[in-house]
Ligand binder design. Structure first.
Ligand code: TPP
Ligand code: MG
Length: 732
């Protein structure tokens, strides 16, 4: 009966809502009912303890099915949330695939048994892996739409290139595709909802926001989340939007709304928001009991709006199906769900040995030798024109800027954005002004050379910066974004921890978000105080899937940034503000292909009496202390600069300790729970027999950094403190 419809779907075109065929009406019903049948079967399995979580689309089917039918799987892009079963079904995820995820099978194509049920992912259909976090996906949709527009304007950029992440990116674009971003009404309270609307509106992006308003966020009713109780009233002044507010229980009305929204977006007129009022017929999830907070009358009123019952009445009332045919179809769909469930229950379970796969790229290892072009620079590459190099070398700031410039010339998929990174958003001013190019001038001149399409200011919203980067990166672009100060990375933390770093693992390798986030970090600024001096790198090295680099000098910064950009993993690139323009660590420009592999420490000072493991701004301070230790006490300290903190060079640490038998781990960040704690613990664990003395650690006081320089000096580790530790450890 409904099967002939699949040919209509393949062409990506369902008839206009006002002119639906009888068969199309039946197909809508088929998808809605099948979604419910899968939910009901899953609930049974959960009650039998054959699955471990259940959340249903019951009551949302009309809205979701019509969104699917108005759009084109494998052509448009989809950023659903955890309640979007009927959407996924309408796009082409099979019931069997759904049950594979519910049972946590190894063959679960969305995640290989890693994610809860209904956390969708399909590269074939362009469904980008979903997390459980509410509203994060909206910014991904925005970045994805930006990337699609960029590729369609510069199609040559989509070509694959050997030697970097591009070798592994199959870029697809058409020029009129849209991104669907789904969200519950409660989740519109998240800042990321507003941050997504901001950029979609400002950039006129082809994103359809679907607000599935079931009136509740778990137990919290809509009026508590949304002032006035209606999100449509709050958003209606955003420019460039097409808005629709629909009865989400009426699939034909919903289909019309989505078709109109898609037309607006495909024509390049801007984004759309379709606000559907639907019902939540079951509790929030099987872990919730709505009888605890909803009156019986309210629940009964919702039940009367059941979109499936309404559609059934319509089909029969309009003579599109007889009651007996509906019965027959429903029983067949229930059987289909039951059979799919049985097959999935028999599927192989995931392999425990495979747990670490896809934490990082399996294709492109940034520790590999191909990134070791370091020798090219050793004295070598100074060209005749490089007069500055001859007079003492380039600063870290200059060589980071040079790397960005070189890489942007080489790879047109790179976009640079963040707060104040452009030379001037009002580009016409550049005829008379020099331009800003970042509060530390690290991106200076990039907009002037590469244009405002590739180098631009973001809104003042850190989650916006990183969330969009995820969307850009999953689409195959290389966003190299800036967070203005490490102290203000925290609004982006949710995106970093729950999205950027875990995209590859949670989708079992299907999606990845290899963005680079450059972040000025650290203190020793004389007056930087609490909000311009923070460290905190161990918070990020504690995140699997994320690479963390922390160079101490100009050359390392240049080579590590190049590796960060070319590799296929997300990288947090920490740049110490105090080192940007120091005399220490300047270097000649090493050329446009100079790279340093991750996970390779550098012996910056050889020694035999003890090892000092450090990085960042403590490298020059440790060198000063080591110099004094030699001069005044005859102690030879070997200093290892880790250069990258995740991965880190354990072999170099171990080799040095085997030689010296004594070790200090020193960093600028607070001592307690700091980066050194992990290194010290591993040394104690694995090198106990090599040690002639306990492992020493040096860090800042366990406080914030104060403004008054006397206090700042006392709080942050100074060379004198390092010297004292060296002398004590030698005497132990
Ligand atoms: C950032 C975040 N905070 C809290 C939660 C826990 N949580 C999961 S669903 C939910 C309610 C969402 O309600 P709504 O957006 O209305 O969607 P619905 O579930 O009603 O479809 C909450 C609080 C979460 N997943 N993510
Ligand atoms: Mg809700």
């Amino acid at each position: 009966m409904g099967l002939a419809i699949s040919s209509a779907r393949a062409s990506g075109s369902f008839s206009a809502a006002a002119a639906l065929t009888a068969q199309e009406h039946v197909e809508i019903y088929r998808l809605m009912f099948l979604s419910r049948a899968i939910d009901d079967r899953e609930i049974l399995l959960k009650r039998q303890q054959k699955t471990f979580f259940q959340i249903s689309a019951a009551g949302h089917e009309a809205l979701q099915v019509s969104a699917a039918l108005a759009l084109r799987p494998g052509y448009d892009w989809f950023f659903p949330y955890y309640r979007d079963r009927a959407l996924a079904l309408g796009l082409g995820v099979s019931p069997y695939e759904m049950f594979l995820q519910a049972v946590g099978a190894g063959e679960d194509p969305a995640s290989g048994g890693r994610q809860m049920p209904t956390h969708w992912s399909s590269r074939r259909l362009h469904i980008v892996s979903t997390s459980s976090s509410t509203a994060t996906q909206l910014l991904h949709a925005v970045g994805c739409a930006e990337a699609g527009r960029y590729f369609s304007r510069h199609p040559e950029v989509a070509a694959k290139a050997e030697g970097d992440y591009r070798a592994f990116k199959d870029v697809e674009f058409h020029g009129d595709e849209v991104a669907l971003a789904c969200v519950g009404e409660g989740s519109t309270s998240q800042g990321e909802f507003w941050e997504a609307l901001n950029t979609a509106s400002n950039q006129k992006l082809p994103v359809i926001f679907m607000v599935e308003d079931n009136g509740y966020a778990i137990s919290v009713p809509v009026e508590v989340n949304t002032p006035g109780g209606n999100i449509s009233r709050l958003v209606e002044n955003f420019p460039n939007f097409h808005f629709a507010e629909v009865d989400g229980n009426d699939p034909v009305a919903c289909l019309g709304a989505f078709q109109a929204a898609a037309t607006h977006c495909r024509a390049g007129n801007g984004p759309a928001l379709v606000h559907g009022h639907c019902v939540r017929l079951y509790s929030h999830s099987l872990s919730d009991d709505d009888k605890l907070y909803r009156s019986a009358a309210e629940r009964e009123a919702d039940a009367l709006c059941d979109p499936i019952a309404r559609m059934r009445t319509r089909l029969i009332g309009e003579g599109l199906m007889t009651g007996a045919e509906v019965e027959e179809l429903e029983r067949a769909l229930e059987r289909e769900a039951a059979e799919a469930a049985e097959r999935a229950l028999a599927a192989a379970l995931p392999r425990v040995e495979a747990i670490p796969t896809h934490v990082y790229s399996e294709d492109l290892d940034p520790t590999r030798a191909a990134f070791a072009t370091e020798q090219m620079a050793e004295g070598g590459k100074e060209s005749g024109q490089d007069a500055k190099a001859k007079s003492g070398g380039r600063t870290m700031a200059e060589l980071i800027n040079a790397c960005l410039r070189d890489e942007m010339r080489r790879d047109k998929r790179i976009v640079v954005y963040g707060e104040d990174v452009a030379d001037a958003s009002r580009g016409e001013a550049l005829a008379e002004v020099k331009g800003k190019g970042g509060v530390f001038k690290l991106t200076s001149g990039l907009q002037t050379e590469f244009g405002a399409e590739r180098v631009f200011n973001s809104p003042l919203a850190e989650a916006n910066i990183v969330g969009r980067a995820v969307g850009y990166a999953v689409r195959g672009m290389k966003p190299v974004v800036e967070i203005q100060f490490f102290d203000y990375i925290w609004p982006a933390m949710h995106q970093i921890r729950n999205e950027l770093s875990v995209m590859r693992w949670r989708s079992d390798g299907e999606w990845a978000a290899p963005a680079v986030i450059r972040v000025p970090i650290g203190g020793y600024l004389t007056g930087g105080a609490i909000y311009h001096s923070q460290s905190g790198e161990s918070i990020f090295t504690h995140i699997p899937g994320l690479r963390v680099a922390f160079p101490s000098n100009a050359l390392d910064a240049n080579g590590l940034l190049r590796t960060a950009i070319r590799c296929d993993d997300p990288v947090l690139f920490l740049e110490h503000k105090r080192l940007y323009r120091e005399t220490y660590g300047r270097a000649a420009y090493p050329g446009p292909d100079f790279a340093i592999p991750f996970g390779k420490a550098k012996v910056v000072r050889p020694g035999t009496h003890m090892t000092l493991v450090t990085y960042g701004a403590l490298v020059p301070r440790a060198l000063q202390a080591a110099h004094q230790a030699e001069k005044e006490h005859g102690i030879q300290v070997e200093i290892l600069d880790l250069r990258t903190l995740s991965p880190y060079d354990w072999e170099a640490i171990a080799a040095s300790i085997r030689k010296t038998n004594r070790v200090i781990v020193a960093h600028e960040d607070m001592l307690s729970w700091g980066y050194g704690a992990e290194i010290a613990a591993r040394i104690a664990d694995e090198l106990f027999d090599e040690l002639d003395a306990p492992v020493r650690r040096i860090g800042s006081m366990d406080t914030f950094v104060a403004y008054q320089p006397i206090l700042e000096d006392a709080i942050l580790p100074q060379p004198a403190k390092i010297l004292k530790a060296i002398v004590e450890l030698k005497a132990y």
